[in-house]
Design a protein around this ligand. Sequence first.
Ligand SMILES: Nc1ncnc2c1ncn2[C@@H]1O[C@H](COP(=O)(O)OP(=O)(O)O)[C@@H](O)[C@H]1O
Ligand SMILES: O=C(CO)[C@H](O)[C@H](O)COP(=O)(O)O
Length: 551
Amino acid sequence: MPGRDQELGSYYVGVDVGTGSVRAALVDQRGILLAFADQPINQWEPQFNHHEQSSEDIWVACCIVTKKVVQGIDLNQIRGLGFDATCSLVVLDKQFHPLPVNHEGDSHRNIIMWLDHRAVNQVHRINETKHSVLQYVGGVMSVEMQAPKLLWLKENLRETCWDKAGHFFDLPDFLSWKATGVTARSLCSLVCKWTYSAEKGWDDSFWKMVGLEDLVADNYSKIGNQVLPPGTSLGNGLTPEAAKDLGLPAGIAVAASLIDAHAGGLGVIGADVRGHGLACEGQPVTSRLAVICGTSSCHMGISKNPIFVPGVWGPYFSAMVPGFWLNEGGQSVTGKLIDHMVQGHAAFPELQAKATARCQSIYAYLNSHLDLIKKTQPVGFLTVDLHVWPDFHGNRSPLADLTLKGMVTGLKLSQDLDDLAILYLATVQAIAFGTRLIIEAMESAGHSISTLFLCGGLGKNPLFVQMHADITGMPVVLSQEVESVLVGAAILGACASGDFASVQEAMARMSKVGKVVFPRREDKRYYDKKYQVFLKLVEHQKEYASIMKGD
Ligand SMILES: Nc1ncnc2c1ncn2[C@@H]1O[C@H](COP(=O)(O)OP(=O)(O)O)[C@@H](O)[C@H]1O
Ligand SMILES: O=C(CO)[C@H](O)[C@H](O)COP(=O)(O)O
């Protein structure tokens, strides 16, 4: 909350809808968070690989957190509002009412979440077309993108959903519509998840080839035929109705939105790094990789010219930083995988009890427990004979293989807290090795990366950050504001308000270096050996699959 003696200034509200919660912040022109609030959101998993949410629930959560962060301030100081959200698919009918995306016909659950893998068969057929738009998603479309999900709805819920649908929104675009009544879509969501080209627009032949020709016949009115760069001011700003819901003044500028990972990228990648001893100082911004780590991890690298990286999404023009091409590597489950491994272990109740007794988070407790048991060796060396392959939800990048599964080798009969802590460590390391594999793929295609800029919920975990530095061999920059994704959302609001001339200017002013974590060079040999094992794991998994397929 800003103090009463706070100089009268301009504020922006950023709203970030992650997988597990909605967050809002009040942010000033220097990118400093003056107030923060969060609110959990519901998820349903009615069947394995079906993940659903409710757009009504999410809007209610947005209203709760926004009202909280503006409490007690002069509303006239708020100049702009920006949203970011996960790239989930929201379905509404022609009157903008929710439609069910499930066999139960529950219209409250009208969102197919980004991590939903129900459309495996559909994406397989889409990839078999080898259509040229696939070049711009790393060569292989992901089941997490919107075209396979649309096709699934058409083939499975024709009467209850497809035929009645009037609007298919990416969640960030749903939020900006809800705030302004403007149905224009963000270039970010359409380019990254819907095959739209910033240069050529929609490709009719793709939609016809995959069996979604009805979208073309409608001139794309259901999926978006007005497209705006992120940060553009929408319509007449916040509608009176949305203003009442959110507790904000009607008419303030609302920006065309971003996907959450992209907002994180804006929130970190433009910081002034002078004086921190970083290799990216004085180098083009293209030497920086933004790594946004929440439920999933997203690896956002930009370039002046398009770079085609097999298995890495993109290149997408102007989808994050205007004028730059974006490649987006990713791991579908990272925070969710760590939670899964820890919560599923027999010693989890003991961990919870001990962490609660010390008023610590379970992760802070695990990290201090590892420090105790490591004795004199570096903590990472505790996993010399325990190795994890992290693709419990398939591989997004760079293998782009959704059939891959998780692996653990080196299990013992022990089920105590030491065992849980070491399994947790091996999981964190596996995620960092996955990042190394993505960086290597990006570099061999033409990127030249020297520094990681990490944010998201996992950025609060010092072990996760140190392992990313040690395993990639690159320094990891953490922002001054831990909630950097919200700074990205606020940057959108700031651009829409007209207070900054460009997204680049707002980025440079509002993102700031906090802490830098350097790699421990002396441990490199150990991690290089573990990386060799990591690569063997996937090789062996493929061999097992081929043995089982044989006669
Ligand atoms: N204080 C913390 N310490 C360690 N890990 C954390 C902390 N807070 C969140 N996390 C991790 O971050 C993940 C959630 O990140 P978050 O960015 O909030 O996710 P999302 O944007 O997907 O909702 C959790 O799965 C958890 O593993
Ligand atoms: O596909 C993505 C970005 O393009 C993200 O993985 C997705 O939006 C989920 O984000 P989060 O892990 O922060 O909840």
